[in-house]
Design a binder for this molecule. Structure first.
Ligand code: HEC
Ligand code: HEC
Length: 360
């Protein structure tokens, strides 16, 4: 491992020299210091499909249930079935899939969702992802035992291991052999084939690269509006509006890095939207990732907040403005609301006014 890192640094140094920097800039002596083995180790946490990198340890389904209920259930649902914050983790797999190694529902167009367990072909991915990224609001806080345990619990919810199972580095390869979609990987050659080659190529530009990307392709007419006006559709999570698919002249892509990203309406006619300005701001600043309008998610619903402070009348707006900015916990439960100091004051105030008005 450390030899590999040494080699990588040598390669990076060689690459920098090759970039033909001025001679004086090539002299890096005295700048920075090599990473210590402990620092490299702290970053080197990936677990490969063959389980290289998996730390030794174990965790039971029972312990996993405790972890799940304390740290995962609020977002993913009691049985991993919730569709609120992310697509469901569990569901859609069968005993027959476990024999087959491919999940039949993936080919069933009537099946409403693709869950994590349906798609998962390497157990290492589930272990690694939870270890590095979950819980979403406190990544890398789980102990090794908790990761084993919660993975075991998810597998149990999916009927892949029994209730008294203890997952460990010693038996994880055996469990991999029963994963419903273990043979489900397919190779996609490219979206379109142009003269037998994929339509896009992955070679990175290193010199004389274009600074602006001009998109020359357009949406074909038959695809326009096939799924309704995308610009008026919005998921609760991941607030990215679709393009204006109604008329060709109004849709204009703005390349990333040009200040405004995404899609904007080119004509003076504003995109019709039922959402109020307050809701738009709350979506833009990702408040709706944790707050539903009328339902509790990670935080209380906007309607409940409005109700709670309805008596405060004029003072409610000032109070809410302060709370949104500073965050905090203890009023609605133990889960903290992160400080929103990065949101501009004017937007916080507008959102506070919108919440206080209580019309959802
Ligand atoms: C505060 C909400 C929240 C909590 C708590 C939370 N998650 Fe998640 N989880 C998410 C979100 C949001 C995503 C999608 C993240 C993304 O795609 O960037 C996600 C994704 C996942 C995925 C990947 C699913 C896939 O198919 O890609 C797994 C597995 C997962 N979470 C497991 C857990 C476990 C285990 C815990 C508890 C230890 C947990 N989550 C706690 C919000 C949460
Ligand atoms: C990571 C999840 C999360 C995000 C993102 C988030 N909140 Fe919260 N919010 C919470 C939680 C949890 C609470 C409950 C805190 C408590 O019990 O005191 C809360 C509480 C609140 C309250 C009530 C405070 C009180 O004193 O009763 C308001 C108002 C609020 N949030 C507004 C917002 C707004 C506006 C945004 C976006 C700018 C936002 N939240 C983003 C999780 C979140």
């Amino acid at each position: 491992m450390s030899r590999w890192v040494d080699m990588k640094y040598t390669l990076i140094a060689a690459a920098l020299v090759a970039l033909a920097l001025p001679v004086e800039a090539q002299n890096f002596s005295g700048l920075g210091r090599p990473a210590t083995p402990a620092e490299v180790k702290a970053w080197d946490i990936d677990v490969r499909p063959d389980f290289t990198g998996l730390p030794p340890g174990k965790g039971s389904v029972a312990k996993g249930q405790e972890v799940w209920e304390a740290k995962c259930e609020s977002c993913h649902g009691t049985f991993g079935e919730s569709n609120e914050v992310f697509t469901p983790i569990v569901g859609g797999t069968t005993k027959a899939d476990m024999k087959e190694g491919r999940v039949a529902n993936l080919r069933n167009e009537a099946y409403p969702q693709r869950t994590t367990l349906m798609k998962l072909s390497t157990l290492s991915t589930l272990w690694d992802y939870i270890n590095r990224a979950m819980p979403w609001n406190a990544p890398k806080t789980l102990t090794t035992e908790e990761v084993y345990a919660v993975v075991a619990y998810i597998l149990h919810l999916g009927d892949i291991v029994p209730a008294d199972f203890v997952l460990s580095d010693e038996n994880i390869r055996e469990v991999q052999k029963t994963l419903p979609n273990r043979d489900g990987k397919v190779f996609f050659p490219g979206m379109w084939s142009v003269k037998g080659k994929p339509d896009v190529q992955g070679s990175a530009c290193m010199t004389n690269c274009k600074t602006e990307v001009k998109i020359t392709s357009t949406l074909p007419d038959y695809a326009r509006n096939a799924h309704g006006q995308l610009a008026e559709q919005m998921r609760i999570i991941g607030p990215f509006r679709g393009a204006d698919t109604l008329s060709p002249s109004r849709a204009q892509f703005v390349p990333i890095g040009s200040g405004t990203t995404g899609v904007k309406a080119a004509s003076a006619a504003p995109v019709q939207s039922a959402a109020s300005a307050g809701l738009k701001l709350a979506q833009q600043h990702a408040c709706m990732a944790c707050h539903g309008l009328n339902n509790k998610l990670v935080g209380p619903s906007m309607a409940d907040i409005a109700k709670k402070y309805a008596d405060k009348k004029g003072e409610a707006i000032a109070y809410l403005t302060g709370r949104i900015k500073a965050g905090g916990s203890g009023i609605w439960g133990t889960v903290p609301m992160p400080a929103q100091a990065h949101v501009p004051d004017a937007d916080i105030r507008a959102i506070a006014e919108w919440i206080a008005a209580g019309r959802f």
